[in-house]
Design a protein around this ligand. Sequence first.
Ligand code: UD1
Length: 396
Amino acid sequence: MKIVSVVGARPNFMKIAPFIRSIEDHNRNNPGKLIEHTLVHTGQHYDDRMSQAFFKALNIPAADINLGVGSGTHAEQVGYTMIEFEKVIKKINPDWVVVLGDVNATLACVITAKKDHIKCCHIEAGLRSGDMRMPEEINRVVTDRLSDLLLIPDELSGSNLKKEGVPDSAIKFVGNIMIDTMDANMDKAKELKIDEIIRLNSIRKDRGMSSVNHKQGEIDSFKEDYALLTLHRPSNVDNREILEPIVHFLCDEVAASMKLIWTVHPRTEKQLKKFYLWEKVFSNDNIILLYPINYHEMLRLNMNARLILTDSGGLQGESSVLGTTCITLRWNTEWTITLREKGGTSVLTGNDIEKIKGEFRKALTIKSKAFRPELWDGKTAQRCLNEIIEFDRRDE
Ligand code: UD1
């Protein structure tokens, strides 16, 4: 069997690692039924810190093919990926194309493969935020509509697909593949020292300033409470009227009560500078500004954070499993299962400053409990591969 799997942007990399490992295990145990695997990187994320660092940290073999697509508008990214991926498909003629998540690479490659009559499998299918203004939601809906095998992370995703008319036989409940990676890397993450993570990734230090206001001698003992922040969605960072009050809240309230560790996405740094907000953040001694950090570093910071503020998708799930209170700066989520009312640790605030403040204050008084949804057991990748093999067996 020939499988081509596709990654493009940061959230794909941690999902592909266990899938590749399950193919390697299969090949070791079934020398007569080898799976020929080709890993394609579309190149949507290309900075070392957004891409290569993850391959290295998670021992992902270098991509066999890099399409070199880079930055651009959505149409440019999807268009260039389709043009280049079509060449790959023609050359390899795989039995399956496996795509993950909801990034532009996912959409572009599934359309291309399907038009060439290649079977498509979507890992992390069925997630819906219900918000068609989110580029990722468009990517999810189209990808699921075109995929032959839909591997879902939770039962709610199965209900979403059934409502859209997907037949039961195409939907398989496998659990959350990101948790495979989390479980496998927990011990390594625990060994990291927070001060060291800050020292290695500090934006301030890089620009000739002290990375963190610690006294010498305390350098390996970051014992303080801290909030962790990631922010990159266009809906939060592309508009000054939205970003400015968030920045004021972060500087005047969060950083006034504890240290704030902010891992800055390239898009966000550009926008902060454009709106002349960078100086305010940069000059606040209680805000620790970091470049995008690698997988283990983020896991380590999440484990120990007093709370996390984020607009990421994946961090909601990881925070729930770790038991970190998660204030999600989005109006909706595709990860409904991680919400507090479902047993998780996440709460939605959108970008309503009063709501964010209210939840922040509440978070200071509560302690969240870890929550692991069904089949988020670290064995999802194996089930994904089994379902692909089983699909072909049924088809024969
Ligand atoms: C993408 C995904 C999003 C995911 C996010 C995680 C889509 C539609 N969006 O959004 O689902 O949550 O990745 O990071 O696929 N840039 C760099 N270096 C890089 C990559 C990007 O400087 O390595 C800059 C680009 O110039 C661009 C901006 O960051 O201006 C945004 O990159 P882009 O790939 O368009 O989308 P993300 O916002 O990262």
